[in-house]
Structure formats: structure tokens, C-alpha cells
Design a protein around this ligand. Structure first.
Ligand code: ZN
Length: 263
């Protein structure tokens, strides 16, 4: 049976380009790319084995193919394939960065029982790293608090987000991030959804919350601008595939429905 092959050159994925749509390359193409730097089994999708490979940075894309960044796949492949491509990239990255034991320096081996790199000398086990990120959309009446950092595309605003620190629960991390980034206090934190975000290994956990107290003060060096937007006059927003956008859209829909019922 042919395998579904995710071939990475750096963080770019090899895709066949057909009529503006992207597809995974044919397995028969692989020998032409030269011996891979690494090859990691991923499991199966629709009973097809899936494998993630890394090739050398100087590897050219074969005719009819391109190496593209994962963000370029948004809207051009279906969601399960996009998810799997993210997983494939993270597994390759994990394999590359865990060649040696972080405790004693011995070369690691892949475990037969679980997705772990084991040290044969000291038995230390290293698992793929997943970093939880809390995202919070603050609501005040019919307004949403949206912010932008300098690395966003021009004009784009989004919900607030930041990494959890060691020892924090999600709610504490969210309150701290909002306090640090815009100096607000919030209440009624409600879970929305989560999304794996492989840039490079985040797990986005999104919440809504309500404004409690404070005046918006953007954190210097972190937040370029933050302000309250009426829900009928929102700025440019992140890509529809992102959980940030889904969080904003779902909240606007909920507020509209609520204001309908109230009036
Ligand atoms: Zn070790």
C-alpha cells in the first residue's frame, strides 16, 4: 500500500500543485529527492500509513511540485490533512532536537511502545513538546477587546494570548496574561475550544471572559495597540482557519442573538 508522505525541507512541506489546489506528493517521487535526513512514522490515515520525512535544505522541488510553508495550506487542503501536516512537522522537529539525552548526553533511540525518545544509558524519556497557550476574548456589553502586536499583518487585530508558565492552571495564566498585556481584570472565564498550532508546537486553548475592572494600557514592547471595538465595527481579523477568528466569530454571533432576545 502506498503511504501518505509529508516531506519537509526546513519547515516547508512538499506539495503537488494542480489547478491551484495542493496534494501530497506521490510516494514514487521520493527516491528522486535523495536519502532523507530523517524518516518518522506517524500512524495511519484512512488505513494508509503516513510518514514524515526531512530532506536537505538544498533539495529542489520536482517539476509540478513546490515546497510551501504550512500557513500556505490554509484553504487549499482539507482540515484533517492540515492537522496531520502540523503533526508531521512537529514530529520531525522533535526527532531532530532530541537526538541526544538532555540528562546525560548519550544518543537516544526511538521507543517501541510509545512516541518517546529513550536514553539507553540513563533511561530518561523525552516526549514531543507541547506548549499550552491561553487565548482570551474579553467582552464588555456589545464590545470586544482586540489587540495587535507588531508582527501581525498590517491592520489585523486579534484576541489576547500567551504561554502558560510552569505551575499555572489555565485560568490563572489567562488572568495574568490579560493583566500583563492590557492591565484589565476579568470575570466569568468560559472555555471555548482548543486548536493545535504547529508554529512551532503550541496548543491554543481559547476562552471568553467578561470585563471586570481597569483601563486598557497596552504592554510596552508586546502590544502595539489594544482597544474596545463595537461588534458591528470590527477591524481586520485573523485567518478563518485560526481559533482566534473562530472565537471572535462565535462570540459576535452569540452577542447578536442575545441582543435580539433582549430587545
Ligand atoms: Zn541519558
Amino acid at each position: 500500500m502506498t503511504a501518505s508522505c509529508f516531506v519537509f525541507r526546513g519547515t516547508s512541506l512538499l506539495v503537488a500543485t494542480q489547478g491551484g489546489q495542493y496534494a501530497l506528493p506521490d510516494e514514487a517521487l521520493l527516491p528522486a529527492l535523495g536519502p532523507p535526513l530523517r524518516r518518522c512514522p506517524l500512524g495511519t490515515l484512512d488505513a494508509r500509513p503516513c510518514v514524515s520525512l526531512e530532506v536537505r535544505l538544498e533539495t529542489p522541488a520536482p517539476t509540478g511540485h513546490e515546497f510551501v510553508g504550512l500557513r500556505s495550506l490554509f484553504g487549499k487542503v482539507d482540515a484533517p490533512l492540515l492537522t496531520l501536516a502540523g503533526r508531521a512537522l512537529q514530529i520531525i522537529d522533535w526527532d531532530r532536537t532530541h537526538q541526544f539525552c538532555s540528562q546525560c548526553g548519550h544518543a537516544t533511540i526511538l521507543s517501541n511502545d510509545e512516541r518517546a525518545k529513550i536514553c539507553p544509558a540513563c533511561h530518561h524519556a523525552a516526549y514531543p513538546r507541547i506548549a499550552p497557550v491561553v487565548m482570551g476574548l474579553v467582552v464588555r456589553e456589545q464590545e470586544l477587546l482586540l489587540a495587535r502586536s507588531a508582527h501581525f499583518a498590517p491592520g489585523v487585530y486579534s484576541a489576547l494570548a500567551g504561554f502558560c508558565e510552569a505551575g499555572e492552571d489555565l485560568e490563572t495564566a489567562l488572568r495574568r496574561e490579560i493583566r500583563e498585556e492590557v492591565a484589565l481584570e476579568v470575570r466569568d472565564i468560559r472555555y471555548f475550544q482548543s486548536q493545535s498550532w504547529p508554529f512551532p508546537h503550541s496548543l491554543m486553548v481559547a476562552f471568553t471572559c467578561h470585563y471586570l475592572a481597569g483601563e486598557v494600557v497596552p504592554q510596552p514592547g508586546e502590544i502595539e495597540d489594544a482597544r474596545w471595538f463595537p461588534m458591528h465595527a470590527l477591524p481586520a481579523l485573523p485567518h478563518p482557519v485560526s481559533i482566534a477568528r473562530q472565537l471572535i466569530d462565535a462570540t459576535v454571533t452569540r452577542l447578536r442573538t442575545k441582543s435580539h432576545v433582549t430587545h
